[in-house]
Design a protein around this ligand. Structure first.
Ligand code: HEC
Ligand code: HEC
Ligand code: HEC
Ligand code: HEC
Ligand code: HEC
Ligand code: HEC
Length: 508
């Protein structure tokens, strides 16, 4: 069967076949759709992420597929006619006779088409590159899968830093590597074959020198910083307790540089390696410190749970970098304790609703399987509590109660993602020591070297307390002096002898 769609422009006879014709149609339609979507995308900047996926990735694939079908159809057609007409057998190669209009036409269309195509490919790859590097692409394309990371990211200090700045960095080889692993991820999502929550730490995360240090270089001076915290107890008054710590992120005087203080670990002369017990890096039984300037080496072992010699021999130690403390610089999930204290501080949850902290904490004792159930439970639990325990207040303070419910729901949606199995409990944040062991993974006075040197848990080595106590009864330290920690409720020496996480990980 022969098709002759363009009567007056004559092309080589072999073009007129079903396959080539379908190919041309696919190419032409995709081409016009790309053009159309490009214009739409150009005028509506804030359009959704699927637009880019179609404009720069899916439609171009169809376009190229259509173009490839044209010669395939022509070759098949020639083979067929070959069989029918014996004379073709003598000529293996097609004859290009420019004296004939049909060959001139074909050549012109092909030539201009190719030039145009190359131009668009250049433009397209450039756009595709930018598109696949955009926060929109990484954060919203696989909407449900990336929702927890993307949500936490938008509320982090790095909300304006693109995902790729930390996850890919610069250079073609990392770009390629990340796109290859991206393809695997797309496959995993399509086949619904990925772990919930997504596993961490990321195996192929680039070393901090090539990502974080592009913006925060170690030589930069870190000044000591005051950190204020407000906490509320779970009694009827939601009693407020305050503390201010001076964090020694820098030295006592700028002239000392990285010679002391918390960022001493990133001093270029300091190399700290460690072997974690498991991949999660939550337990660290073996630590080695090397002074690169003097060659001094110290190995510290956990005296409570030492690692066996054969395990040490076969392990590849990890070299400590920014991410061993700042492992969640842009995906921190607040614990219920944290986000409720924040809401009580800003009065989004009224702090004179009796027992509001206690009952809210009770809501988060057990995990939820669905967001919808959580929303209903939050609403009913709080309403029922005040209806039964404080019926009068339930009427007079209805607005405050409703506002509290709304805030708790909002905070739930920002920090807990049952559908992905994500919450504070699943991803440790190593920066402190209250909810997760963090610094105390090494700094617990139990990591001891052969000569008896320990990695110190001294409460004043990383920070000093300058202000603490119940609201309006706080004590102050004089300038350059500090206070001893007073635990808000009496637990004797438990905070000195054990780790805070022994109680605080699941306190409520
Ligand atoms: C400031 C640097 C930074 C930025 C910006 C950033 N990430 Fe991350 N991301 C990290 C680090 C570091 C980890 C490893 C966390 C760990 O080891 O606990 C991580 C982990 C992840 C994980 C693995 C699961 C998890 O939560 O540990 C996913 C998925 C992820 N990031 C997605 C994104 C997306 C999507 C964006 C952009 C919307 C983004 N990241 C932006 C630093 C960053
Ligand atoms: C593209 C630049 C860029 C990269 C890459 C980057 N950051 Fe940042 N970072 C910033 C900016 C901008 C801020 C906010 C400025 C500020 O608060 O001083 C910030 C803030 C921070 C803060 C202070 C947070 C706070 O609560 O005030 C920490 C800690 C931090 N970054 C750690 C990291 C770590 C760890 C990495 C690597 C995983 C990283 N950054 C990668 C630009 C970057
Ligand atoms: C023996 C158990 C235990 C240990 C160990 C412990 N705490 Fe507590 N902590 C409690 C209890 C109980 C409360 C009171 C909770 C309430 O009523 O809200 C509390 C309350 C607090 C609060 C104020 C309320 C809040 O929820 O944040 C802070 C801050 C705190 N502890 C810090 C620490 C630190 C830091 C350490 C480790 C140095 C530590 N605790 C070790 C049991 C403990
Ligand atoms: C030993 C753990 C540790 C390491 C390693 C570490 N930091 Fe920090 N960093 C901290 C702590 C702790 C703070 C104070 C955080 C707080 O108060 O919550 C901090 C604070 C910061 C801040 C905020 C400073 C400010 O002025 O607000 C930045 C930025 C930062 N670190 C970047 C980095 C970078 C980049 C690296 C790697 C080159 C790094 N840190 C390595 C523990 C560490
Ligand atoms: C992998 C183990 C490890 C982790 C995790 C770790 N440190 Fe360290 N840190 C060390 C070692 C080893 C030393 C040196 C101990 C010594 O004095 O012999 C040290 C020393 C220090 C010092 C003293 C530096 C000086 O000489 O002035 C400070 C401050 C410090 N760390 C803060 C922190 C903080 C804050 C964290 C958590 C955010 C942390 N470290 C996490 C291993 C670790
Ligand atoms: C190795 C360093 C290090 C040591 C040792 C250390 N801390 Fe901390 N501490 C931190 C860091 C880092 C933070 C800030 C955590 C954050 O950014 O969330 C912190 C925070 C705190 C807070 C504020 C917690 C909050 O949520 O309000 C208290 C209280 C505290 N430390 C008490 C202690 C006590 C008591 C000791 C001694 C038993 C101690 N720390 C030893 C590093 C240390």
């Amino acid at each position: 069967m022969k098709f002759r769609p363009l009567k007056n422009v004559r092309l080589p006879r072999s073009y007129y076949n079903l396959i080539s014709f379908i190919g041309s149609a696919i190419a032409a339609i995709s081409f016009f759709m790309i053009g159309y979507l490009f214009i739409v995308g150009f005028f509506f900047e804030e359009s959704n992420s699927y637009l880019g996926l179609f404009t720069y990735i899916i439609l171009p694939v169809f376009f190229v597929f259509g173009l490839i079908l044209i010669p395939i159809g022509m070759i098949i057609d020639r083979r067929r006619s070959k069989k029918r007409k014996k004379e073709y057998l003598k000529k293996n190669w097609p004859v290009l006779d420019f004296n004939q209009a049909k060959y001139r036409n074909a050549f012109t269309i092909f030539g201009i088409g190719t030039l145009f195509f190359l131009f668009l490919t250049g433009l397209g790859s450039y756009e595709a590159f930018h598109y696949t590097e955009s926060v929109k692409f990484c954060g919203t394309l696989c909407h449900e899968v990336m929702k927890p990371e993307y949500t936490a990211y938008q509320n982090s200090p790095h909300a304006k830093v693109a995902c790729v700045e930390c996850h890919v960095g610069s250079g073609a080889s990392w770009y390629l590597r990340s796109k290859l692993s991206g393809l695997r991820q797309v496959y995993a999502v399509v086949t619904d074959n990925f772990s919930r929550p997504i596993e961490t730490p990321l195996k192929n995360l680039r070393p901090a020198q090539e990502t974080c240090e592009q913006c925060h270089w170690p030589q930069k001076f870190y000044a000591r910083q005051l950190r204020h915290e407000k906490h509320f107890l779970t009694d009827s008054l939601n009693t407020e307790w305050n503390i201010s710590l001076q964090m020694k992120i820098g030295p006592s005087h700028s002239a000392y540089g990285l010679a002391e203080g918390i960022h001493w670990h990133i001093n270029p002369d300091v190399k700290i390696e460690y072997i974690p017990k498991r991949e999660k890096r939550n337990k660290i039984p073996w630590v080695k410190y090397t002074n690169l300037a003097t060659g001094e080496e110290i190995i510290y072992s956990d005296t409570l749970k030492p690692l066996k010699q054969n395990k040490i021999a076969e392990a590849i130690p990890r070299e400590m970098d920014c991410m061993d403390c700042h492992n969640r610089p842009s995906h921190h999930y607040f614990t219920p304790d944290e986000f409720i204290d924040h809401a009580l501080t800003t009065n989004e949850i009224s702090n004179n609703l009796p027992f509001i902290k206690k009952i809210t904490m009770e809501l988060f004792k057990d995990p939820y399987n669905h967001t919808d159930t959580a929303m209903i439970t939050i609403e009913n639990y709080i309403k029922d509590f005040y209806k039964n325990e404080y019926p009068e207040m339930y009427e007079t303070r209805k607005t405050d109660i409703d506002k509290a419910i709304l805030t708790i729901k909002d905070q739930f949606n920002l920090n807990i993602f049952p559908e992905m199995g994500v919450s504070w409990d699943k991803y440790s944040d190593h920066i402190g020591h209250k909810t997760y062991d963090g610094c105390f993974r090494c700094h617990d006075d139990n990591h001891v070297s052969e000569s008896g040197r320990t990695i110190s848990k001294d409460c004043n080595s990383c920070h000093t307390i300058v202000f603490e106590g119940f609201k309006e009864q706080e004590s102050y330290a004089a300038l350059n002096d500090f206070l001893e920690f007073q635990h808000p409720v009496d637990i004797k020496d438990a905070w000195k002898t054990g780790k805070c996480t022994e109680c605080h990980r699941y306190l409520y």
